[in-house]
Design a binder for this molecule. Structure first.
Ligand code: NAI
Length: 466
């Protein structure tokens, strides 16, 4: 093989895990290749996930404000407020293009060699690209991400039964939109289409929505979404579909009884699974576990020499920022540095209205671990900035160790919670206590003051609530 095609590191997969790993490798002086089959870098997150969904959440919020809430704020709009979905989609596509283009530029400027095609392991450090090109590397990082899980009795057809990939690009607003699964994807895309005017019904198997969240938070959210007009059925297991009067109906079992919900579109959002199809894992002796995940050790090493794995194909939350941190850590480890990811403080966000942001342990998880906790809560209804901004739907909850006062977890339900959670993450990263939070000076008036107040509430010392 020519010198041109031999590298110190080759990364397969150009999503947030892979492209970040490649950039960090190049920064550290390693000759790096990046293999990605999509034309645009950025993976699911930038192309068909986090970024386009945030663009739609933003425009749908603006539409809802103009349509429903502007008048009560004194903003008079003469004439009808209508939606131009074509413009909405063009704007979303422009955002995606700008960001994927930005990543492409960064990768080029770092001198990373880009291979456009499907990467497959051949063994002995070799990788084929679309079975045409070949490269070799001393170290190979697998970062191939995940794909939506299908229900065996309700396969994606891209038209009526859709995954999140399709639900970001409808050409008209579905009248009746059924969402199966009340996780991040179901709740975010349910919110988008509800704001654009769909009648949204969410069917969730578990007794609560946003199952990873604290019980208080889940209950609070469910009330908010119902208030916004969504119908939510928990403890409801979807079992199939049938036609009634010529229309597709989703069939589900709710507490032993059958319910049917008519649907123009059905979003199946019941989770994602690792994507390692045709990656050549067998060629290097890697056998994924039953759920498709690749096993790794604390240094991201797989069972194959010189092959590492990060992101959605390995254990841990399927989150872009987790993959990014792992990308940085593995690059540093390969370069002989001490890469590290603190898995105890990875925030998770559901970008609904209000947003839900969580980090660390919930109260229930702490109790399961037999940790005695003290809890501080603060409602946004008592926060001046929230009242002035029509943003009182929300709360902050801080969970601290009863003995040491160390913060173990935090939940923020608020407009802008995704930004606010960083404060709790930072305190936790430095081993901070609830008292540290409570004594940190916050600008007034800000919604973030509710984090300080929740910190104070851990010791019953909140100033603006009883
Ligand atoms: P999820 O695993 O978070 O939620 C799926 C839900 O579907 C669960 O609550 C489950 O109980 C329910 N379910 C499963 N089978 C069902 C059935 N037959 N009937 C009714 N309900 C059923 O999966 P989701 O939302 O698809 O997300 C996949 C991954 O992507 C997650 O790891 C998520 O964290 C990540 N993600 C994160 C985002 C964010 O951070 N904002 C956005 C999008 C995805």
């Amino acid at each position: 093989m020519s010198d041109k095609n031999s590298f110190d590191v080759a990364v397969i997969g150009g999503g947030p895990g892979g492209y970040v790993a490649a950039i960090r490798c190049a920064q550290l002086g390693l000759k790096t290749a990046l293999v990605e089959k999509r034309k645009a870098l950025g993976g699911t997150c930038l192309n068909i996930g986090c970024i386009p969904s945030k663009a739609l959440l933003h425009t749908s919020e603006q539409f809802l404000f103009a349509k429903k809430h502007a008048k009560e704020s004194g903003v008079e709009i003469s004439g009808d407020v209508s939606l131009n979905l074509d413009t909405v989609m063009k704007k979303k596509d422009k955002v995606v293009k700008q960001l994927t283009g930005g990543v492409d530029m960064l990768v080029k400027k770092r001198g990373i060699t880009r291979f456009n095609g499907h990467g497959k392991l051949l063994g002995d450090g070799k990788i084929s690209v679309d079975e045409k090109d070949e490269l070799s590397a001393k170290h190979i990082i697998l970062a191939t991400g995940s794909v939506p899980v299908e229900l065996p009795f309700m396969k994606f057809d891209g038209e009526t039964i859709v995954s999140s990939d399709h639900a970001l690009s409808f050409d008209k607003v579905p009248e009746e939109f059924v969402v199966i699964g009340a996780g991040a994807i179901g709740l975010e895309l349910g919110s988008v289409w509800s704001r654009y005017g769909s009648k949204v019904t969410v069917l969730e198997f578990l007794p609560k929505i946003a199952a990873g969240s604290d019980d208080d938070v889940s209950k609070f959210l469910e009330r908010c979404f119902k208030k916004q007009g969504m119908t939510i059925h928990t403890e409801t297991k979807v079992t199939g579909s049938k036609e009634i009067d010529g229309k597709l109906n989703v069939v589900a079992e709710k507490k032993g009884k059958e319910i049917t919900v008519p649907a123009d579109k059905v979003l199946v959002a019941v989770g994602r699974k690792p994507y390692t199809e045709n990656l050549g894992l067998d060629k290097v002796g890697i056998e994924p576990d039953k759920r498709g995940f690749i096993e790794i050790d604390d240094h991201f090493k797989t069972s194959a020499d010189g092959v590492y794995a990060i992101g959605d194909i390995v254990r841990g939350p399927m989150l872009a920022h987790k993959a990014e941190e792992e990308g940085v850590a593995i690059a540093e480890m390969i370069a002989g540095k001490a890469g590290h990811v603190n898995y105890d403080v990875i925030p998770g966000v559901i970008y609904t209205e209000p947003e839900v942001a969580t980090v660390g342990l919930t109260e229930a998880q702490a109790k399961e671990k037999d940790i005695k906790v003290k809890v501080g809560k603060f409602p946004l209804a008592a926060n001046g900035r929230a009242i002035a901004s029509d943003a009182t739907d929300g709360m902050v909850k801080i969970i601290a160790c009863a003995e040491t006062d160390k913060i173990l977890g935090g939940q923020v339900v608020a407009k802008g919670a995704s930004e606010m959670i960083a404060e709790i993450v930072t305190h936790m990263e430095y081993g901070g206590s609830a008292e540290d939070l409570g004594r940190t000076v916050h600008a007034h008036p800000t919604i973030s003051e509710s984090i300080k107040e929740a910190g104070l509430a851990v010791d019953g010392a909140a100033i603006h609530s009883l």
